[in-house]
Design a protein around this ligand. Structure first.
Ligand code: PRX
Length: 671
């Protein structure tokens, strides 16, 4: 239906699935009345609600007495309290008697398995924290982590949190330019990495990428290198073998730069396992996580300690209904926010087992995930719609081969899930007995904001349903008018919440503009959505220049600047278009510098170039050459028209503001 915001909703889905009775019976929150009671309290008396949660469920060196202090656009939460998130993830769990319980259950792509107890994890974290201190790292220094999905990544995060050195984790799929941009922006001089990691049976050359990034920026003073690949060859046994396929590993070499690069195992050898957690102000910076926005360079989303701690723990507990014996597996890479909040911080604070897997879902075959669920008796499984669609395509035989009876709950995150994929997940994986939590949130929100509560909420395939505690969402027009039921509009959040971002690192003006100026007085999510007659939210997609490829967030600007960095490219514009498997894919329109001719070989070269500069996830699926880009008279690229072209192969929209109509006419006629 048409709306004032120009956003149309085409999806209609009538099916409704009540929580399975057995699940509801044992759930932390099992009645609508209890959800209502808690939700109403969290909205009417947010300070009382959050202070109670903070005091009851967490360790504080000094308990807070102040709740949410909001002076737009600045939020402070629990500002007079001091705490330590590493302490809450580790020491507090040991104090509660969970010391011998498995904290991290790791499986490497080659099949190596490690189980690390809470006590062992604390010891490793303390040793690394002492190493960092010895290397001169001080409270407030930003530490860059660029690692495979191995326990040492979690150890590094928790060591940083222990001494108050904020971490900036860079996704291992990014390459040198992306690392260099983030290092530079964060002003980070210390990098923790690994020699390499395993992905689809091949070595990801992490250290080599760090070397190249360090050359680009010239600002890296210290690199700590964990041996993931070389240890099976050179140091059998220490820290567990990598299980590496020997032929690849045997050839593998990295360069260690003397004075700058240190082996992790050398530094850790003599480090003490005693490192008291530093009492930190609740508003002390916990981490930066770079994400793509609608314009310009990636932005460092800034999260702080206390509010994030309380919100991630509470949301993990209720959304996944965590119980002491749960084996929780979130398949997200820690390079994204999902991994920060629901592989590490929110999960470990609940004292359960968090599963980490290093590699690809189809290595060695498409049943890897199901084999792991069976082997490790995973009880709660959280993944992305794009993965579910990929599994669907391979056929249910891969799932049916395995005993998945340990599963109790399924979750999804990252992009809208199409009802067909939801039903497949529900029937083929969940055997119609596991509730599905479709959770909507963002890097900026820190934790899950819209979600079913699995023991209470009847689910509708494709809807992230209702707000979590303390969250006050609405659908609005650009003018700030609240939409009628089922009318499309912009999803906004009307009240701050504890895990909300505190800013964009080094760019307060952009923070204000991007989140608070679009519709004054409310947090602008950048998503379009509608809310149905039951108060359920249905996310329709992004309204800005963010593209979601396989749930990964990419900015058009980043991909465009990668294209333009190629010597033959004069100008480029990039848009997203629907893709059955990855949700969205990238289409690039490229104008060449004079003297260069379009060719298939150049098309392939440019696609490779983007992958080499940013990483394989940013590789355009389609690339078209054009004489010029369609622009407005003020020189702004009209991506909207290119999006129409890429999506529908034609342009129906308003063309009156175009500077040169022939550009788009030519593209259209050639489509
Ligand atoms: O468009 C929404 C989509 O992912 C965006 C946030 O991306 P990112 O910061 O990378 O965080 C992803 C993981 C938390 C949102 O603005 N999105 C996320 N979850 C959902 C979703 N869209 C629909 N349904 C979801 N459950």
């Amino acid at each position: 239906m048409a709306t004032g915001s120009g956003i149309d909703s085409i999806m209609k889905e009538g099916r409704k699935f009540p929580p399975p009775a057995d699940f509801a019976r044992q759930a932390h929150i099992s009645t609508e009345a209890r959800y209502r009671e808690l939700y109403d309290r969290s909205i009417k008396d947010p300070d009382g609600f959050w202070l109670a949660m903070a005091r009851e469920n967490h360790h504080w060196f000094k308990a807070p007495t102040r709740g949410l202090e909001w002076k737009s656009p600045d939020l402070r939460c629990f500002a007079d309290g001091t705490t330590n998130l590493s302490f809450n993830c580790l020491d507090r769990q040991i104090e509660l008697g969970r010391g011998d319980h498995t904290a991290i259950l790791f499986e490497g792509e080659p099949g190596d398995v490690r189980k690390i107890s809470y006590r062992e994890l604390r010891d490793e974290v303390c040793r690394l924290a002492n190493v960092l201190k010895k290397l001169g790292v001080k409270k407030g220094d930003r530490i860059t982590l660029y690692m495979p999905m191995i326990p040492e990544l979690a150890i590094a995060m928790l060591a940083c949190a222990r001494i108050g050195a904020p971490h900036s984790v860079i996704f291992g799929g990014f390459t040198s330019q992306a690392i260099a941009d983030r290092l530079q922006d964060a002003g980070s001089h210390v990098v923790i990495t690994a020699d390499g990691g395993w992905r689809r049976g091949k070595i990801v050359p992490l250290k080599e990428n760090v070397d190249a990034a360090a050359d680009l920026t010239g600002m890296v003073k210290t690199v700590i290198v964990y041996e993931r690949i070389t240890q099976s060859r050179d140091r059998k046994g220490a820290g567990g073998t990598s299980g590496a396929p020997s032929a690849e590993a045997a050839q593998f070499k990295i360069n260690m730069k003397s004075g700058r690069d240190h082996w992790w195992h050398d530094l850790m050898k003599d480090a003490s396992t005693n490192c008291p957690a530093e009492p930190l102000d609740a508003e002390h910076m916990l981490y930066l996580l770079y994400t793509s926005g609608s314009t310009g360079k990636p932005k460092g989303i800034l999260h702080t300690t206390g509010g994030y701690m309380v919100y991630t723990a509470l949301s993990a507990k209720y959304v996944f209904d965590l119980k002491p014996d749960d084996v929780f597996w979130c398949t997200a890479d820690i390079g994204w926010v999902t991994g920060h909040s629901y592989v590490v911080y929110g999960i470990l604070q609940n004292g359960v087992t968090s599963v980490m897997y290093e590699g690809a879902p189809n290595q060695p075959d498409w049943d890897r995930f199901w084999a792991m669920i069976e082997k490790h008796k995973v009880t709660k499984f959280y993944t992305a719609p794009t993965a579910i669609r990929a599994f669907m395509r391979q056929g249910r035989e891969f799932v049916d081969k395995h005993d998945l009876s340990s599963l109790k709950l399924l979750g999804t995150v990252g992009e809208p899930i199409n009802p067909e994929a939801w039903i497949w997940y529900h029937t083929v994986v969940g055997k119609e007995r596991c509730p599905i939590v479709d959770t909507w949130w963002q890097t900026e929100t820190g934790g899950i904001l819209l979600t079913p509560l699995p023991g209470v909420t009847s689910t509708k395939p494709g809807s992230a349903t209702r707000p979590f505690f303390g969250i006050d969402p609405a659908i609005m027009s650009k003018e700030g008018k609240v939409a009628a039921p089922n009318e499309g509009g912009f999803l906004v959040i009307r009240k701050p919440w504890p895990a909300m971002l505190r800013g964009i690192w080094g760019d307060p003006e952009r923070y204000q503009r991007q989140y608070w100026d679009e519709i004054p007085g409310v947090y602008f999510t950048g998503d379009s959505s509608r809310c149905d007659e039951d108060g359920y939210f249905w996310i329709m997609g992004r309204v800005d220049d963010v593209i979601k490829v396989a749930g990964h967030r990419l900015g058009t600007a980043e991909v465009e600047s990668a294209l333009v960095s190629h010597p033959k490219v004069a100008e480029a514009a990039v848009v997203g278009f629907p893709d059955e498997l990855t949700g969205e894919a990238i289409a690039a329109f490229v104008a060449l510098r004079s003297g260069n001719q379009p060719s298939e070989a150049l098309e392939t070269e440019l696609k490779h170039h983007v992958a080499a500069v940013i990483g394989a996830i940013a590789r355009p699926k389609a690339l078209r050459f054009t004489d010029a880009l369609p622009k407005t008279r003020s020189g702004k690229i009209m991506r909207r028209l290119l999006k129409e072209l890429a999506t529908k192969g034609r342009v129906d929209g308003d063309l009156t503001t175009l500077e040169d109509f022939s550009v788009i006419a030519k593209l259209r006629d050639e489509a």
